[in-house]
Design a protein around this ligand. Structure first.
Ligand code: F6R
Length: 365
């Protein structure tokens, strides 16, 4: 049931600190702050030359974030594909390499077909799924379950952040196994992940401010989301979330791509949501933001206290999120991104939990 919430989506957004915490507890030895997968992997990460990640929609954005983590922590190249492209492209795979499939339902037709293709090519298959009895879970060599619990709202929220948690821990495990991370590095990263549920709870306190902002957003016809690094796939996720439940057109872009086209769209009628924690690419994103401001664009900046102090631009609304380890910001920044879409849809009066034309589980291609 919806507890005291108006919609399942609101309930599921608010459940995130708890279910992400459960998921974390399943994969970490809390005492030593080390990754401890609940299943034994039938391969050694040292032998993996390339990882391919395949999923659809929101799950594919979790995969895109994970690409940054695997490449950074484990120095292993990662390719991310949407399942419908992967399966028909017949991507060449090397026997013994690893393919990861991400799916909340575990029944998405294209993702399942991609899994079957990968198995036939002789690669190891790991699926990150929320429904352990699903077809994708059954047919994968290894299953890493997300403990999000049943997700009823059609727009994925808590499944996404739980997927990110599992993928972050798997990337740390890969880095350790490949000798790219020391025990000390591992402990530091795991410590950062242990903090995430608390930080997500802190991010939820931005809700009243976001509720007000949603009234302005609801008057717009188009919204642009920008981010760099791991905030780039989150920008894609923000745009998807907004369009699917509020029916407002939105696009996510890598901030650096702004001047290669989308800047032509900027005027006072198109809000620009900039996702920019104070990390090593922050300055670059700020300069993109200045380009938006110079063209009269209204900016909503999601950042932390340091970022807010550095970004001195007029016509800026700032949503200040907690200070945290730079590597894992997407789980925390997902919260305001989801809330903005949710409250905009509520203002628009759409059917938030059952948006038109959409199904929770896409079992046909
Ligand atoms: C967006 C959304 C969809 C799903 C996609 C994959 O909010 O819910 O984009 O993420 O259909 O579904 P699963 O994860 O069940 O394979």
């Amino acid at each position: 049931d919806k507890a005291n919430y108006r919609h399942f989506m609101a309930k599921e957004i608010h459940e995130q600190p708890e279910v992400v915490g459960h998921t974390l507890a399943r994969y970490v030895d809390m005492a030593s702050e080390r990754v401890m997968l609940p299943v034994k992997l039938p391969f050694d990460f040292k032998d993996i030359q390339r990882i391919s990640i395949t999923a659809c929609g929101t799950a594919s954005y979790a995969g895109y974030v994970a690409k940054y983590w695997f490449e950074r922590f484990a120095r292993v190249p990662v390719e991310v594909d949407v399942a419908s492209e992967f399966r028909y492209r017949e991507a060449p795979l090397r026997k013994g390499d690893l393919a990861i499939f991400i799916s909340q339902s575990g029944e998405t037709a294209d993702t399942l077909a991609a899994l079957r293709y990968a198995k036939a090519e002789g690669v190891h298959t790991v699926s990150v799924v929320n429904v352990p009895t699903s077809t994708i879970a059954r047919e994968s060599e290894t299953v890493l379950q997300t403990l999000a619990g049943p997700e009823i709202g059609v727009a994925s929220t808590k499944a996404f952040t739980c997927q990110l948690m599992v993928l972050a821990l798997l990337a740390v495990a890969a880095g350790k196994a490949r000798g790219e991370l020391s025990e000390e590095d591992e402990a530091k990263l795991v410590h950062g992940l242990v903090e995430i549920p608390r930080l997500m709870a802190a991010a939820l306190t931005s809700e009243p401010q976001i509720e007000k902002l949603a009234r302005d957003i609801s008057k717009s016809k188009d919204v642009l989301y920008l981010g760099r690094g791991t905030s780039y796939p989150l920008a894609l996720e923000g745009a998807l979330k907004l369009k699917e439940i509020s029916y407002i057109h939105a696009e996510g872009y890598a901030a650096g791509e702004l001047k290669h086209g989308p800047i032509a769209l900027i005027d006072e009628n198109m809000p620009v949501v900039v996702i920019a924690p104070f990390d090593r690419v922050f300055e670059k994103t700020v300069s993109n933001m200045q380009e938006v401001a110079a063209r009269g664009g209204n900016i909503i900046l999601m950042t932390d206290a340091k970022g807010a102090a550095e970004a001195t631009i007029e016509s800026l609304v700032t949503i200040v999120l907690p200070d945290m380890a730079a590597a894992f910001t997407p789980m925390v920044y997902a919260v305001p991104v989801q809330l903005l879409a949710y409250h905009t849809a509520v203002v628009m009066g759409t059917d938030v939990d059952q948006p038109r034309n959409l199904a929770k589980s896409v079992t046909v291609e």
